[in-house]
Ligand binder design. Structure first.
Ligand SMILES: Cc1cc2nc3c(=O)[nH]c(=O)nc-3n(C[C@H](O)[C@H](O)[C@H](O)COP(=O)(O)O)c2cc1C
Length: 435
């Protein structure tokens, strides 16, 4: 039997793409653009919509927030959990993912909000666990020094332990709600957790009833050595930006081995690669789109470098844009440590401008074609890599792209028995773990 492919949609509650060539009329601050897009994805049998989030406007590029404000870049974000609630209300089957920082959110609050949203969405919530790799968020919370990359992951380990205890503090059959006897729940089955760790302390139990999934589906995006171990231990889904098949295969094999190291089964962690294929109904259309992506305006190149600097928490403005990036000591990179190295795998040596052009294209260039050709390439990647799925990074304004993908690529994959034709699970985790 062929292994089916999972799909997700990834964007953020922010202005990104507000001036793109395919942007539809609409206000990104309002819920409708996201709800409509999520409904398109649900028609395409996607597993989830995931919303990124950041807690401050960064000054990673040239030490200033100016570029980020000027171009409306990531960092300008509204709250992803509130958006996830609105999107859950407009969908029935697809999961809704929110991004919440372990470093800047009290664990009890996180456990409570995600459990509540799991009830409200009837078992469809996912939590994208981030440790916040950028100083901006910390400065807004009164913390002057960005804590070290690996130390943040260490602290997050304890955070997860505590949250899992809170989510497990009511036994599944503890709630009785019997009108005849007037008994609401069995106190024998509801347990304080009396957690006391190095960083956190909490009495518990959670004051939210056991939710349909028991705990949210856990998503993570670590790609450093430390980040990969964290994902292998805790996550149900790991998302990663990889550009080339060899790179994807190496990441996939590495993750599945790490999962075993933590006493789990390889299939308990699904790997999703972030892509945005260039799609056209004819080869001529595809070539036109590819050509346009090769020559972005200078402002987009600057925006892309600013975005990369933000993601790495490392100022790229000091390098010569027309030369390949020199080797950087990983310890200097406090954000995503592999953000740039993946452009340089297998002996590839692009200039920083070429990297920025690829970034401005939204990693779109490596998969391109007519619906049939894109389906072929997606199938080829999954067969070469071993699984599990893709996350389409599509701005919320770009409904026409998602509609075209769902109307023309999805049916081909379904016809080949490579995508689900209906949702079979009752919860997000059941759907994610279905194949
Ligand atoms: C696809 C992707 C999405 C991410 N989304 C967010 C986000 O919304 N908010 C955030 O603070 N960090 C985000 N991150 C950062 C990661 O969670 C992680 O902290 C960062 O990559 C550093 O860890 P690493 O060095 O292990 O990769 C994202 C990373 C990736 C690759």
């Amino acid at each position: 039997m062929k292994k089916k492919i999972h799909f997700g949609w990834f964007t953020e509650y922010g202005p990104i793409g507000w001036d793109g060539p395919d942007a539809v009329e609409g206000d990104w601050r309002q819920p409708e653009l996201y709800q409509k897009m999520a409904q398109i994805c649900e028609k395409g049998m996607f597993d989830f919509a995931l919303f990124a989030d950041h807690l401050g406007i960064t000054a990673s590029f040239k030490g200033s927030i100016d570029n980020y404000v000027k171009y409306g870049l990531n960092g300008i974000n509204h709250d992803s959990t509130l958006l996830a609630t609105m999107v859950a209300a407009a969908t029935k089957h697809m999961g809704v993912g929110t991004t919440v920082s372990t470093m800047l959110t009290p664990p009890y609050l996180l456990a409570r909000q995600t459990a509540s949203l799991d009830h409200l969405s009837k078992g469809r919530v996912a939590w994208n666990v981030v440790t916040t790799g950028n100083a901006a968020g910390f400065l807004n919370f009164g913390i002057d020094q960005l804590p070290d990359h690996d130390a943040r992951y260490e602290q997050a380990e304890e955070y997860m332990e505590l949250c899992f205890k809170l989510w497990g503090s009511w036994e599944p059959d503890s709630v009785i709600m019997d009108r005849k006897t007037g008994i609401f729940a069995d106190p024998e089955k509801v347990h304080p957790i009396d957690f006391e760790g190095e960083y956190y302390k909490s009495r518990g139990p959670l004051n939210v009833l056991p939710s349909p999934q028991g705990r949210p589906t856990i998503i993570q995006a670590g790609s450093s050595q430390r980040g990969k171990d964290f994902a292998a231990k805790w996550a149900d889904v790991v998302i990663v930006g990889a550009h080339y098949v060899d790179d994807m295969k190496a990441y996939y094999d590495d993750m599945k081995e790490r999962v075993i190291k933590f006493g789990r089964k390889p299939e308990q962690l699904k790997v999703f690669f972030i892509i945005k294929p260039v799609l056209g109904q004819t080869e001529e259309q595809v070539n036109q789109k590819l050509e346009a992506l090769k020559h972005p305006p200078e402002s987009l190149i600057h925006a892309a470098l600013s975005a990369l600097s933000s993601r790495m928490s490392f100022d790229l403005s000091k390098f010569n844009i027309d030369e390949p990036l020199p080797a950087i000591d990983e310890k200097e990179i406090q954000g995503g440590q592999t953000t740039l190295s993946r452009f340089y795998t297998s002996g590839r040596c692009p200039t920083l401008r070429e990297v920025a052009i690829q970034e401005a294209a939204g990693n779109k260039g490596s998969i391109a074609g007519t619906p049939e050709q894109v389906a072929d390439q997606l199938q080829h990647i999954m067969e070469s890599v071993g699984g599990d799925g893709f996350v389409l990074r599509v701005d919320t304004h770009d409904h026409s792209y998602m509609q075209e993908f769902v109307d023309t690529v999805v049916p081909i994959l379904q016809e080949r028995d490579l995508m689900r034709k209906e949702y079979t699970g009752n919860t997000l985790r059941e759907n994610v773990m279905e194949f």
